[in-house]
Write a protein that binds this ligand. Structure first.
Ligand SMILES: Nc1ncnc2c1ncn2[C@@H]1O[C@H](COP(=O)(O)OP(=O)(O)O)[C@@H](O)[C@H]1O
Ligand SMILES: [Mg+2]
Length: 310
């Protein structure tokens, strides 16, 4: 276990932003923290990193109590903050060099690390340009270069793709996967479930300062869907099909949505097979059929009754 969090509490006056959070991160994983704005993702991350004073709880990294060994642990930890943070008037190379120095890199080792970080984030060609001239996506990538110059073993990333173009977003997600393959453990917060599905192994869903579900994406989806949802269209006789389907075993509901039937059915392959056989034997001709797939959005909706993004 590379990170162990027990009963983390963070209050802003009377408002509890993180409410008794327990979390274990395995070495080598990309762990996602998914939740809507205000769920407490950034507060959790900042508290883990010792940037905010906690009201309760313990954090262990590399098996050591963070509060007692913060200086030592910080050398192996990188952090990409939600708000872009670097010197606008400095060029890319000077910005990354500044961060490298903070991590006690010097001389050739520093120069090499800076070059690698800038090459990795695709900014080497623009290394002499002022940060203020960069696009949103390039600024994000510079932020990442600053956070990885010391080759951290754990990398915390707080919504690193907000406000970037799709191309930069993909390049950021790809570089996270590459870093992870090279051994970095990544903790990634976002309110985009697509990003979690693209890169994360396990995910914790957060709402109102609490983790309300945790597991692999498949585990979370399996945990909520006790039913299959099927959309079916017929060549003719749609209303008669509805009558038949409603009576079939395992069917929870069947609604006619302008000729397309939406069928909710208990999750058992036998029921679907039996229904199809029944329809075919009665001469119905099926024009189209799709199985609605659940995703993390469905999981969130089912758990909280609201959407991730409003
Ligand atoms: N400095 C602060 N002072 C008071 N309340 C805060 C502060 N920072 C965050 N909060 C509140 O704490 C809750 C969690 O915020 P945050 O951790 O930023 O959520 P997220 O990163 O998931 O969007 C929100 O209700 C937010 O308004
Ligand atoms: Mg945040």
């Amino acid at each position: 276990m590379i990170i162990e969090v027990t009963n983390l509490v963070k209050k802003y006056k009377e408002h509890t932003a993180v409410d008794g959070l327990d979390l274990c991160i395995h070495e080598g994983e990309i762990f996602g923290l998914l939740g809507p704005n205000g769920a407490g993702k950034s507060t959790t991350m900042n508290a883990l990193l010792g940037l905010l004073k906690m009201n309760g709880g313990t954090v262990k990294m590399f098996g050591k109590d963070y509060s007692k060994h913060a200086r030592e642990i910080k050398r192996y930890v990188g952090y990409v903050p939600q708000e872009i943070a670097f010197f606008e008037t400095l060029n890319a190379i000077d910005n990354v060099t500044y961060w490298g120095r903070l991590y006690r890199l010097r001389g050739d080792e520093l120069d090499k690390a800076v070059q690698e970080a800038l090459e990795f984030t695709g900014l080497w060609d623009r290394r002499k340009d002022r940060a203020s001239t960069f696009s949103g996506g390039m600024k994000r990538r510079l932020n990442i270069a600053c956070a990885i110059v010391h080759k951290p073993r754990i990398l915390f990333m707080d919504e690193p793709t907000v406000g970037v173009d799709p191309q930069s977003r993909n390049s950021i997600l790809e570089s996270i996967k590459t870093m992870n393959q090279n051994g970095t453990t990544v903790i990634y917060t976002t309110h985009y479930m697509e990003e979690i599905e693209a890169i994360c192994g396990r995910v914790a869903i957060m709402d109102f300062g609490k983790i309300i579900a945790l597991g692999t994406i498949d585990e979370l989806i399996d945990s909520i869907s006790e039913e299959n949802r099927i959309n079916m269209g017929f060549v003719a006789n749609t209303e008669r099909a509805v009558t038949l389907i409603e009576k079939a075993q395992g069917v929870i509901a069947c609604n006619n949505n302008e000729g397309m039937l939406r069928i909710r059915m208990e999750k058992d392959e036998m029921y679907l097979t039996a229904l199809l056989e029944n329809l075919i034997q009665n001469g119905f001709k099926i024009k189209s059929m799709t199985l609605e797939k659940s995703n993390l959005e469905t999981v969130f909706l089912q758990l909280t009754g609201k959407k991730l993004r409003d």
